[in-house]
Design a protein around this ligand. Structure first.
Ligand code: PMP
Length: 397
């Protein structure tokens, strides 16, 4: 294996201090094995609907190959504004409150860079998406984790947030429906968080990239809560609901002062999101909602199957209300999530992600993506059932 010699003195302290993604490390191991069933990947198993691909192809045929406006195609920002108005009755001015980004990932990055000074703290509700803490660190901030647990359905206890607020706290990062737990937050819970935001005059990053994949309840956008728009940076994008991960297209909504600061950073580091991808996204927003609904129904069926069968084979699993992840408990096995995932991979060739990589509250769980065919799910659960039985780890609930 090729070994990278790290000459530490060449690297910044920030770059040295962050670790490679725990998910990637694990999948490098899986990629060298045969006959693997993967419940590991965090992306849809659908190809982007044809009309969206066609709109993008057509933009190339028409010769739209130059940069767009830095903030994104005006028609796309207009469509995003219309979508927010229709869905959540919250108005965003396309001229100064909407920025089209290179995935939600860029939105999180430039959002952090726009608000953080060295030493500023960002409270991150965990377990959650692996990028938040490193992006806070890279922006010079300090991530402060607040854990949640299965007993509380992975819903944050607002008092736990309040406990860790200091004079350095700048923002709170929340994600619902959540990666990896699938948990969502209802309006009442969001209002409790909003009260803390208001009391301490903080900002909130609300990552709502799975908003369209909410199965049980209507999704509430954080900025539609009374007086919250002024304090909220909403992150969303096309990767998940529209099955467009490879297109690298997201968007961020924020009050003008914050958005204009993000736009400056975006302007210098990215210039604009890819033009052909923006034409595809425009088509997705204007004519893609029926397809989103179909894909959502399909994930929902797979969720129901996975959760029911997991519990039947002795793998205790709460019912996630959104996204496409289940987060069963493996606490009763006595193994760490990393050890469990590795043993499962080596003995039964099923790839899952150890819960510990998602931060506080993640240990004792594994993340299983059910965005794969029912046939794969069936085979994976067969293998997991055999594995649990062999080691006498079937938990009867
Ligand atoms: N937020 C969450 C919660 C995610 O799960 C992901 C992708 N796994 C992202 C953001 C990044 O999405 P994008 O592809 O739009 O960069």
């Amino acid at each position: 294996m090729k070994h990278t010699v790290i000459k530490k003195e060449r690297l910044s302290q920030k770059a040295s201090s962050i670790q490679p993604s725990g998910i990637r490390r694990f999948f490098d191991l899986a990629s060298k094995m045969d006959n693997i069933i993967s419940l590991g990947v965090g992306e849809p198993d659908f190809v982007t609907p044809w009309n969206v691909r066609e709109a993008s192809i057509s933009s190339l045929e028409r010769g739209f190959t130059a940069y767009t406006a830095n903030a994104g195609l005006p028609e796309l920002r207009q469509a995003i504004s219309h979508y927010m108005e229709q869905r959540y009755r919250v108005h965003y001015n396309p001229e100064e409150e909407i920025l089209v980004t290179v995935g939600a990932s860029e939105a999180i990055d430039i959002g952090m860079r726009a608000i953080l000074d060295p030493g500023d703290e960002v409270i991150i509700v965990e377990p959650t998406f692996v990028s938040y803490a490193p992006l806070v660190t890279l922006a010079g901030g300090v991530p402060i984790p607040v854990g949640t647990n299965a007993e509380n359905h992975f819903e944050v206890n607002p008092a736990d947030i309040e406990k860790v607020i200091t004079e350095k706290t700048k923002a709170i990062m929340i994600c619902y429906p959540n990666n990896p737990t699938g948990a969502s937050l209802n309006r009442r819970k969001l209002e409790q968080i909003a009260a803390i935001i208001q009391k301490h005059n903080l900002l909130v990053f609300s990552d709502e990239i799975y908003s369209e994949l909410s199965y049980d309840d209507e999704h509430t956008c954080f900025s539609e809560l009374p007086d919250m728009k002024e304090q909220t940076i909403v992150i969303n994008g096309f990767s998940k609901a529209f099955a467009m991960t490879g297109w690298r297209l997201g968007f961020v909504l924020a009050p003008p002062d914050l958005l204009q600061a993000m736009l400056k950073i975006h302007q210098y580091s990215l210039m604009c999101a890819p033009t052909m991808a923006q034409y595809g996204a425009l088509e997705a927003l204007l004519h893609g909602m029926e397809d989103v609904e179909k894909m959502k129904l399909s994930y929902q069926q797979r969720r129901n199957y996975f959760v029911k069968t997991a519990n039947e084979i002795g793998l205790p699993c709460h019912k996630p209300s959104g996204a496409f992840y289940a987060f069963p408990s493996i606490k009763h096995t006595g193994l760490s999530s990393e050890a469990f995932a590795e043993k499962l991979l080596l003995e039964e060739r099923v790839a899952v992600v150890p819960g510990a990589v998602f931060g506080e509250g993640g240990e004792g769980h594994i993340r299983c993506s059910y965005a794969t065919s029912l046939k794969n799910l069936e085979e994976a659960l067969n293998r997991i059932g055999r594995f649990l039985k062999k080691h006498d780890w079937q938990k009867r609930t």
